[in-house]
Each structure stands twice: as structure tokens, then as C-alpha cells.
Write a new protein. Structure first.
Length: 142
């Protein structure tokens, strides 16, 4: 069963929502007239999630990642199948406490905030560090 809406549709049989994407880009500086031409419809799951079996969503709390574009209350899309690399934003567990930080592997392992109010989290050999996935997208609501 499909339910049509303005510019998109919901497919209840496939649990998908198709949303139109316009070919014209939106200026964030001086406004320009919008183009009425719709390029195609996209499924946000298909657009934002590469590996559904390894992907989960988690809500951010706090302001330690503001300068990375992660606002308090943002929904993070996290992929467990991506290899954590230096400079990637990850979900980590340090001695059982969960956090979202930028991963630094060298010169020494640290978890970095994206807000100068918060110091880096040094990862000592005695601490249990587990990377629970790499953040691939952020959904902020205003």
C-alpha cells in the first residue's frame, strides 16, 4: 500500500518513505529563486545508511561536539562495519561510559571533543576502550 503526500510517498509494505530531492541547491548566504524541478525521490534510509545490518541510531546529549555540527539532541547515524580511523567521529565506551568523540590514534590515543570547554580524554592502557561504531551522519532539528 502506498500513501501519497505532497512531493513524496510512504510505502507501508516496504517500510520506506520516499522524499523528493531538488536539483537546485539552496544558498545559505543571499537567497536565490527556488527551482521547481524535482530531480527524483530518495529514501532517506538508502541515502544515509550504507549497511543497514550494522547501523544504529543514537541521540546525542550535551555540547561537547558542537563544533563538529553535533547539537544537543541530534540523532547520530552510526555504522559498526566501518573501521575506526584517526580523525573519525566515533561512539566509544571508556570503562563502560559511552561518549561521542573524534578519535585520535597518534601520537597517542585520545578521544577529542569539538568544543574547547572540554579537555581530551586520554586513553590509558589500564582503561577499557571499545569503539562501538563510526558516526556517518548527523540529523539536527531546529
Amino acid at each position: 500500500m502506498k500513501i501519497k503526500s505532497l512531493g513524496g510517498y510512504f510505502d507501508l509494505d516496504k517500510n520506506t518513505i520516499k522524499v523528493p530531492i531538488f536539483t537546485e541547491q539552496v544558498q545559505v548566504g543571499w537567497p536565490s529563486p527556488a527551482d521547481d524541478y524535482v530531480e527524483r525521490s530518495i529514501d532517506l534510509n538508502e541515502f544515509l545508511i550504507s549497511n543497514p545490518a550494522a547501523t544504529y541510531l543514537v541521540r546525542a546529549s550535551g555540547d561537547s561536539m558542537l563544533n563538529a555540527g553535533i547539537n544537543n539532541g541530534a540523532v547520530l547515524i552510526v555504522d559498526r562495519s566501518i573501521e575506526p580511523q584517526h580523525g573519525k567521529i566515533v561512539i566509544a565506551s571508556v570503562d563502560g561510559a559511552y561518549t561521542c568523540k573524534k578519535l585520535q590514534l597518534f601520537p597517542e590515543p585520545k578521544l577529542l571533543s569539538a568544543n574547547i570547554k572540554y579537555p581530551p580524554i586520554k586513553v590509558n592502557k589500564e582503561e577499557d576502550l571499545e569503539i562501538l561504531g563510526v558516526v556517518t551522519a548527523v540529523i539536527n532539528q531546529f
